[in-house]
Design a protein around this ligand. Sequence first.
Ligand code: ADP
Ligand code: ADP
Length: 239
Amino acid sequence: MSQIEFKNVTKVYKNGHKGLDNINLNIEKGDFAVIVGLSGAGKSTLLRSINRLHDITDGEIIIEGKSITKATGKNLLAMRRNIGMIFQHFNLVKRSSVIRNVLSGRVGYHPTWKMVLSMFPKEDKRKALEALDRVNILEKAFSRSDELSGGQQQRISIARALCQETSIILADEPVASLDPLTTKQVMDDLKRINEELGITIIINLHFVDLAREYGSRIIGLRAGELVFDGPTSEANDDT
Ligand code: ADP
Ligand code: ADP
């Protein structure tokens, strides 16, 4: 059984635009899967379908043997909690501290709530600090999030996903607004998490060079259709 299965998945937006066209795809546990394609190819549409940030129009997505397409209520919430997500623009609460943003991955807690840090369960704080250590920004735990550089802010969002203790992390163009050096650091962090913790990473990237360097597997999209799916070594310039 694959960890994630797309079965004939089609997504048509309300304006009639087909974002995904009959996608069949299996993602295996521990994959570092890179989705490549031109702007508008459907990368983000595909990623957002996995954790049901939006509904698909047709077909079904199965995660660890259960249909997220058909899940409702508590079952849907539990499935979504097992999937972390990282965005291009970080989606942090900027005026809140780094550790509060990271803790929000772990508990059903929002970074702006006034609850004092000493009230959090020790185990939650331990996990948050451990996650920050893993992405090398432990010393920033009590800084305001917007005092950190772009690359460091993306690491906060990686730590938040780690703190959520998920088996899958989705990353939607996580390095698109970062410079080359910072890009490398963030990609290295994601690779390390993938290798050390066995977390499946599915990532949208603009640049095929980065996809080749980091991916174990490349998925190519064009106009909502799957045009390539295979190990990185088999991807060529047309992918
Ligand atoms: P859905 O079919 O998933 O419900 P909607 O049509 O309601 O999607 O649009 C969701 C959001 O996406 C809206 O805020 C809309 O403004 C935005 N949106 C609409 N068209 C586009 C587009 N071509 N590219 C990106 N976003 C768009
Ligand atoms: P990518 O991530 O590869 O750049 P997207 O998945 O964002 O591509 O978009 C795929 C296609 O669907 C594009 O043509 C885009 O304009 C369109 N699209 C995205 N979101 C919406 C929306 N909410 N409503 C209508 N069309 C959309």
